[in-house]
Design a protein around this ligand. Structure first.
Ligand code: NAG
Ligand code: NAG
Ligand code: NAG
Ligand code: NAG
Ligand code: NAG
Ligand code: NAG
Ligand code: FE2
Length: 623
């Protein structure tokens, strides 16, 4: 298998070592690519080109081959800092720079958006020798790849040369499994991407319980998967509908049901071909969620606004999430120490460049393959004018929520309304959708009240609210300038609910930093205690955890009284429930994974029952 994979890549190497015409070639037409022969060598100016799979040195079986590093070599007798390498997939592309580009268009302006690009001078001494070599990481995204050398910079690109196409051995392979808790605690959903439509193969998950310490189950069963996709016509605007469009392939979800709380399960995604043979993904395992109210160690990661970035140092559209890889890596290296993740909106920042959804799912796959990864909707997933979003802005680049709502499963009644509840042992999470109206009287308000009011706090004491935009408090400079320290009409509509139902922590992203408030209600701290809360919680603690990776947001210089800790850095938070009366909150930096802020809550059930300001009905007949 490995050998075949390598061969497939090697076969594509060593092609396109020819010469180019005196003027840069137009498209690939002058020096056509062909699978087996060299391109015609009747051009006068020399150029060289090849790509080598570094993976050739690797050994071992690689089912569901998902990522690969390739070395791309190139040469050009007239090198300049304006030269760059574009990566295209599918390999056929339109190098014309005269397409009408959406406003505000991002460079490079081409009729086909490269999935990423690197400057030719990234290779040392390219400028002097006219020869370069760069390593690029490719992810398996259902199509072949080509590399093209351009000159003229990003704003006026002229094609010099194009490589032979290269391809993963099976471009359709099932890849990037992502777990999410289903509508109840005993259901795990597995979602993945492949190139197989339902007419070509049956998608399924093979799974089974593991006895302690075993890596293979004694018995397995197959859960069938559903298949979804979306097309260009379901995008709302540019660039998603035009230059940023890329076929998303097929997205499958299977439901693994009747799980035993806390039990370890093995699973493997696959597709059964008509002849009965199976194309497998890699095997993984996960631990089933605790049952609601169950006492066991429960550890939860919460952050927002992470984005994606290229591990090979190359550039791409919407590349402004410099902290993304550190956050991802911190979470990958700590997989043994948490149980479930909440990414509360602004996932890839694909902004209409659909290929980046594959990139993001690949980046977080080491996490999502073994931990339920619960997502929320952000402005960069959903917002687009005239699409019934709460905000009439273009932040989704024309996606209007379609990729987010398809690539990831979450237990919403209607995935277009991105709100849902998650019971996780002693926790209940009410995840809201700040891109849709939440005000009093709306369906979402009803959902929020229902979610908050239906939890039995003696068994699930830890009640958490989470949404993308800051509907609570943040001393972000922009909000402070507005005088509100929040999004318009945020807490005004919700704080009575948070107080009435005694929400412990309300989480937000969108603002790219970390901030934690005192337990508060209506702008007031309800206690002067800063880190060890015990007894009755008289208010809700508000946390902004939007430092997942996107470029950082500034605070206002005057620190409001309610702001207890602020950190202008990349990071994420962790909740640990030891039992029904003890909760630990930690904030960690992504750069070193160390704790920089924390607090604890210790209390008993009677502390939840006790009336505090606005938490009980105004009349009481007790004597
Ligand atoms: C050079 O290219 C021209 C077309 O551009 C073609 O007609 C000719 O056969 C080529 N010469 C060689 C030697 O390949
Ligand atoms: C390489 O080229 C880019 C784009 O022209 C330029 O911004 C960068 O400074 C150059 N890098 C080096 C090392 O010369
Ligand atoms: C490339 O796109 C331009 C502008 O839309 C179009 O005129 C041209 O025909 C396209 N070229 C190819 C080879 O498709
Ligand atoms: C809540 O208020 C009560 C009464 O003022 C006070 O005794 C208690 O300590 C407060 N709780 C916390 C966690 O500060
Ligand atoms: C809850 O866990 C905390 C932290 O481990 C511990 O100190 C406390 O004794 C536990 N309480 C109960 C009631 O088990
Ligand atoms: C990522 O982590 C490294 C290692 O701790 C650190 O040097 C670097 O500054 C971090 N990057 C960002 C963007 O914070
Ligand atoms: Fe946002």
């Amino acid at each position: 298998m490995a050998a075949a994979l390598v061969a497939a890549l090697v076969a594509a190497v060593a092609t396109l070592a020819g010469t180019a015409s005196a003027s840069p070639a137009e498209g690939s037409s002058r020096c056509p690519r062909s699978p087996s022969t060299r391109p015609p060598s009747n051009c006068s100016r020399r150029r060289t080109w090849s790509s080598d799979p570094v993976a050739a040195r690797r050994t071992g079986y690689v089912p569901g081959e998902d990522t690969e590093w390739v070395t791309v070599k190139y040469g050009w007798t007239d090198p300049s800092d304006d030269d760059w390498i574009g990566v295209f997939s599918p390999s056929e592309f339109n190098s014309s720079a005269t397409c009408p580009n959406p406003w505000p268009a991002e460079e490079p302006y081409l009729c086909t958006a490269p999935i990423k690009y690197q400057f030719a001078n990234y290779s040392a001494n390219y400028i002097y020798w006219g020869k370069g070599s760069i390593r690029l990481q490719l992810i398996n995204q259902r199509s072949d790849f080509s590399f093209a050398l351009f000159t003229g910079g990003l704003d006026d690109p002229k094609l010099i040369a194009v490589s032979e196409p290269i391809s993963f051995k099976n471009p359709k392979a099932p890849v990037f499994p992502r777990l999410a808790q289903g509508k109840s605690h005993d259901e795990m959903t597995v979602t993945w991407t492949s190139g197989y439509d339902i007419s070509e193969a049956y998608p399924f998950v093979e799974w089974g319980a593991l006895v302690a310490g075993a890596s293979q189950p004694q018995q397995t069963t197959r859960a069938p998967a559903g298949t979804l996709t979306f097309n260009q016509g379901s995008m709302c605007g540019e660039p998603a509908r035009t230059v940023g469009w890329r076929d998303p392939g097929f997205i499958h979800t299977a439901f693994l049901r009747d799980l035993w709380p806390n039990k370890q399960y093995y699973y493997r995604i696959g597709h059964e071909l008509p002849d009965g043979s199976v194309v497998w993904g890699k095997p993984y395992s996960f631990r089933a969620p605790p049952s609601p109210g169950q006492k066991s160690l429960q550890r939860i990661i919460v952050f927002g606004d992470m984005g994606k970035a290229e591990r090979d140092g190359s550039n791409e559209y919407a590349a402004y999430q410099p902290g993304s890889l550190n956050t991802t890596d911190a979470l990958i290296s700590d997989l043994d120490n948490y149980d479930i993740v909440f990414h509360i909106g602004d996932m890839p920042y694909a902004n209409g460049y659909i290929s980046q959804w594959d990139q993001f799912t690949a980046q977080v796959a080491p996490i999502t393959a073994t931990k339920p990864y619960m997502v929320a909707s952000g402005n960069h997933e959903r917002d687009w004018p005239d699409t019934a979003a709460f905000w009439d802005v273009e932040d989704s680049g024309g996606e209007c929520g379609v990729p987010a709502e398809t690539y990831y499963y979450y237990p919403a009644e209607n995935r277009a309304n991105f709100w849902y509840k998650v019971d996780y042992g002693m926790f209940r999470f009410c995840v809201a959708d700040s891109e849709h109206d939440w005000r009093v009287g709306t369906p979402q308000y009803e959902f929020i009240e229902h979610c908050l009011s239906t939890v039995d706090r003696k068994h699930q004491p830890w009640l958490i609210f989470a949404t993308h935009r800051v509907l609570g408090y943040s001393s972000n400079a922009w909000y402070a300038g507005e005088g509100s320290f929040e999004e318009p009409e945020g807490r005004e509509n919700l704080q009575k609910l948070w107080q009435k139902y005694r929400v412990d922590i309300a989480y937000f992203g969108h603002v790219h930093n970390y901030e934690r408030t005192c337990p508060m209600y209506q702008n007031q701290c309800m206690t002067s205690e800063k880190s060890h809360y015990s007894g009755t919680m008289n208010g809700t603690i508000f946390v902004v955890a939007g430092g997942g990776g996107c470029h950082l947001s500034d605070y206002t210089t005057a620190i409001p009284k309610w702001s207890i800790y602020r950190d202008h850095d990349f990071g994420f938070t962790k909740l640990t429930a030891f039992n029904h009366s003890s909760l630990l909150f930690e904030y960690k930096k992504s750069s070193d994974g160390k704790v920089y802020d924390s607090f604890t809550i210790h209390r008993d059930y009677r502390d939840v029952l006790r009336c505090v300001h606005d938490s009980c009905f105004p009349t009481t007949l007790a004597t």
